[in-house]
Design a protein around this ligand. Structure first.
Ligand code: DAH
Length: 339
């Protein structure tokens, strides 16, 4: 139904272009705005839409209807105005408005996340997309035969100078680059593209974006990690957010946790999107493993630190209500114009 609505929206755009005399304005009203018109048909069908899809379809329908009504009223007023003036050209009439472009939803999320962490005192750092095994796995405490390597399906590249190269599977590799090139205190976020050899579906892509966070100093605590992440999540998802931290496992943090927030669609009651749990996982985090600190030449008896990582596409799906990740990459203006 959303597709049909977007098709109607496009049809409206075409029809709106033709609104230049009384006849076309009346034809527009009869086609779209009357009881038997296109818009009312959608209103009637709203009753049969599954409950969880109602908000997004209802919202889109309202926007489409507002557009139609506004265009019709404006066209009617402008014809009336023309009739009321003796001159055939109304030089005071505003010109047709050009649509202004906007940044892509992924960029909007990234910009917002960067702004939040900047406010919290984090620097921004970047690392290369092509990595070696050590930065992506070894120095992050993944043993050579550790089953955790299977968590992430890696794209391997040809060896260069005897070194195994790969497309980084996570931005955690940039943590290592920072810790081996700077002395603590280190406090930075590291946004970037990551790659996984996964089938493309509504939920996953082979290429996506993550933001990694790292804070290394004396006496860094898990409480500080929680405080930072809760502040971040409230800025992104709203002040009334409900959240929980669940124990988890990552080789490079100990203890490790994942953060969940209440499902945006059902508000925690349980639905298809949250697999009937009421919760959605939004990030992984933990205290940097002493082995990782040691691997980077940092003394774990003197320093401690926390790290976290989250996917930008996932945040974008949650904050926009888009239900298929592929929409973010198809660059269909009918989708992009909504944000
Ligand atoms: N690298 C993890 C992933 O791609 C995400 C992550 C989890 C990053 C925990 C962290 C962390 O820094 O502490 O799934």
């Amino acid at each position: 139904m959303i597709q049909e609505l977007l098709a109607l929206s496009e049809q409206l755009d075409t029809d709106i272009q033709t609104l230049n005399d009384e006849q076309s304005i009346e034809a527009f009203r009869l086609k779209h705005l009357v009881k038997k018109g296109t818009l009312q048909t959608f209103v009637d069908r709203l009753r049969d839409v599954p409950k969880e899809e109602k908000p997004i379809i209802g919202k889109t329908l309202n926007e489409v209807r507002r557009k139609a009504e506004q265009a019709w009223t404006e066209a009617k007023d402008s014809i009336e105005n023309q009739k009321n003036t003796t001159a055939s050209i109304d030089v005071t009439l505003p010109s047709r408005r050009q649509r202004r472009g906007t940044t892509h939803p992924i960029t909007q999320t990234l910009d917002k996340a960067i702004a939040v962490f900047k406010k919290l005192g984090f620097d921004i750092a970047e690392g290369p997309d092509i990595e070696n095994d050590a930065h992506n796995f070894g120095l992050l405490n993944f043993a050579d035969d550790h089953p955790a390597r299977d968590m992430q399906d890696t794209f391997f590249l040809d060896e260069k100078h005897g070194e195994k190269l790969l497309l980084r599977t996570h931005t955690s590799s940039v943590q290592i680059r920072l810790m081996t090139s700077q002395k603590p205190p280190i406090r930075a976020i590291m946004p970037g593209r990551v790659y996984r050899n996964e089938a493309v579906s509504a939920r996953s892509l082979a290429e996506f974006h993550q933001v990694e966070g790292l804070y290394i100093d004396k006496n860094v605590t898990f409480a500080q990690l929680k405080g930072t992440l809760v502040a971040f999540a409230k800025e992104m998802y709203g002040k009334d957010l409900k959240y929980r931290f669940r124990p988890s496992y990552f080789p490079f943090t100990e203890p490790s946790a994942e953060m969940d927030i209440t499902c945006y669609l059902c508000g925690g009651k349980g639905c298809r999107v949250c697999k009937y749990t009421g919760w959605l996982e939004i990030l992984g985090c933990g205290m940097v493993h002493p082995n990782v600190l040691r691997n980077c030449g940092i003394d774990p008896d003197e320093y401690s630190g926390y790290a976290f990582g989250f996917g930008i596409e996932r945040v974008t799906l949650l904050t926009t209500g888009i239900d298929d990740i592929r929409y973010l990459y198809e660059n269909d203006v009918r989708v992009l114009r909504q944000f």
